[in-house]
Design a protein around this ligand. Structure first.
Ligand code: DX5
Ligand code: ZN
Length: 217
């Protein structure tokens, strides 16, 4: 299992150092939550901030756009150093155009589904994607409870990706992941777990990440 600490739970007065700390702690990806106060009822940061923190780790930066018009900002986030950009199927931008825009920068692209959106919503796009991110909480805030009923969606997406012969297709899950549920996520077919609270509230982040991985073995 790959672990992507969500920097949403970090000390933002030390954003860069927090990224470096997660890198040393064994993070596989850095998960960066971008919110516009419109698509979700919360605000975080934009591409200029990403650019400033980019030098603090060489791990891939997984940028989760919770914004209404992702297409308008893809160039900015790609230039600022995103390695993976995911955007919501529920957002307003044209999906095919947005996927193509991300791809034009030679980086990975994924679609995200909110809890009320069925797995089938991403099926028409799977062959154009590297990843699907399944939200296991309503997007907007860290520290919420994991919705176990999202796991059948993971399995359905994995089965469809297999049916299409998509090798190396990644499924990520985001929200409320911790030691109580990571094995369930693994068994459902998840490759990458986002973990905010469970890594940042731990006394020792390295131990927490190791433990989460070990629980999947
Ligand atoms: C929620 C964000 C998540 C969040 C996860 O909208 O997309 O990445 O930070 O935090 P935890 O792990 O605390 O649920
Ligand atoms: Zn996220």
């Amino acid at each position: 299992m790959y672990i992507a600490p969500s920097l949403l739970s970090c000390d933002f007065s030390r954003f860069g150092e927090e990224i470096a700390r997660m890198d040393k702690a064994g993070a596989d990806y850095m998960h960066l939550d971008v919110m516009d106060g419109h698509f979700v009822p919360n605000l975080t940061f934009g591409a200029p901030v990403l650019k400033w923190v980019r030098p603090f780790s060489e791990k891939p930066f997984d940028v989760h756009l919770m914004i209404s018009e992702p297409l308008r900002y893809i160039d900015d986030f790609a230039k600022a150093g995103a390695d993976i950009i995911t955007f919501h199927v529920e957002a307003d931008s044209d999906i095919d155009e947005t996927i193509a825009k991300v791809r034009s920068h030679g980086i990975k692209v994924g679609l995200v589904i909110k809890p009320k959106t069925p797995a089938e919503a991403v099926f028409p796009y799977l062959e154009k994607l590297d990843m699907v991110l399944v939200m296991s909480v309503e997007p907007g805030f860290g520290g919420q409870s994991f919705m176990a009923d999202m796991l059948p969606k993971v399995t359905a997406i994995r089965e469809e990706a297999n049916r299409l012969g998509l090798e190396d297709f990644l499924i990520e899950i985001d929200g409320g992941i911790g030691e109580q549920n990571i094995k369930q996520a693994h068994d459902a077919g998840v490759d990458i777990c986002v973990a905010g609270t469970s890594v940042f509230k731990a006394e020792d982040a390295e131990k927490a990440i190791k433990n989460l991985k070990a629980l999947c073995e």
